[in-house]
Design a protein around this ligand. Structure first.
Ligand SMILES: Nc1ncnc2c1ncn2[C@@H]1O[C@H](COP(=O)(O)OP(=O)(O)OP(=O)(O)O)[C@@H](O)[C@H]1O
Ligand SMILES: O=C(O)c1ccc[n+]([C@@H]2O[C@H](COP(=O)([O-])O)[C@@H](O)[C@H]2O)c1
Length: 209
């Protein structure tokens, strides 16, 4: 699972998903837009529009899936609930991984039921060149004894471990920068797939209000 606000999806997300799947030999990566992301303000565009952009961005990429399950629940989109629903589908023995970028990881101890996340899945942290910082103490406590050094060690169990991954193409692309550029009337070419760019421009999304 790679959850996100995807406001909008960009190549940092998509390339990470492809490389994550290869690095860990995953069957598939569910990219799951948050209807109501718990720790941030309301996204600029609607959940349905963010899902439509994500679908366009993924296109026919093998192994990547735009998964709408969080749009079908009310209230904050807690990842523990999403992982529980994925776990029900794949069974107790399957390896389940929740991937997140380093910036999101730094706040993991503030998430809803953080211990339950590890009961349901492994956590894989993707390095971002634009985000680096030391671990807060509460996070270090949550992670004690969980860290492994390789994909093989991670995949030896169905859940409960932490792996940090430096993927080959670390990209300093953020949705904040995409929104900022659109608001300023600047180009977003090559920061996201052309089909995503075309829909954003055709619909006038992220223009200053
Ligand atoms: N360039 C990137 N490289 C690796 N991971 C990324 C990158 N951009 C986002 N992510 C990760 O993807 C997940 C979803 O990210 P999100 O939708 O919040 O995008 P974002 O670019 O961080 O957005 P914003 O700038 O609005 O905060 C998070 O776990 C985030 O850390
Ligand atoms: O479950 C939580 O409490 C929780 C708190 C913060 C973020 N998340 C999820 O983490 C993912 C990335 O969030 P964000 O805000 O960085 O886009 C997205 O899927 C969110 O739903 C989840």
């Amino acid at each position: 699972m790679l959850g996100g606000t995807f406001d909008p999806v960009h190549l940092g997300h998509l390339r990470s998903a492809v490389e994550l799947r290869e690095a860990l030999a995953l069957d598939r990566v569910h990219m799951i837009p948050a209807a109501m992301p718990p720790l941030r303000g309301e996204p600029r565009v609607s959940p349905d529009e963010r899902l439509a952009l994500l679908r366009l961005g993924i296109g026919d990429t093998p192994g990547l899936l735009a998964d709408p399950r969080e749009l079908e629940r009310d209230g904050p989109s807690y990842s523990a609930d999403t992982l529980a629903s994925l776990r029900r589908e794949v069974g107790d023995e399957a390896r389940l991984v929740m991937a997140l970028g380093h910036d999101a990881f730094l706040r993991l101890a503030d998430w809803h039921e953080p211990e339950r996340l590890f009961a349901l899945a492994h956590v894989v942290v993707i390095d971002r060149p634009d985000h680096e910082a030391a671990l807060p103490a509460a996070l270090a406590r949550l992670l004690a004894g969980r860290e492994v050094e390789s994909g093989e060690a991670l995949m030896a169990a169905p859940a409960g471990k932490l792996l940090r991954l430096r993927l080959p193409s670390r990209m300093a692309i953020s949705a904040t920068e995409v929104r900022r550029r659109l608001a300023a009337g600047r180009s977003i070419r090559y920061l996201l797939p052309e089909a995503v760019e075309a829909r954003i421009l055709a619909r006038g999304l992220y223009r200053p209000r």
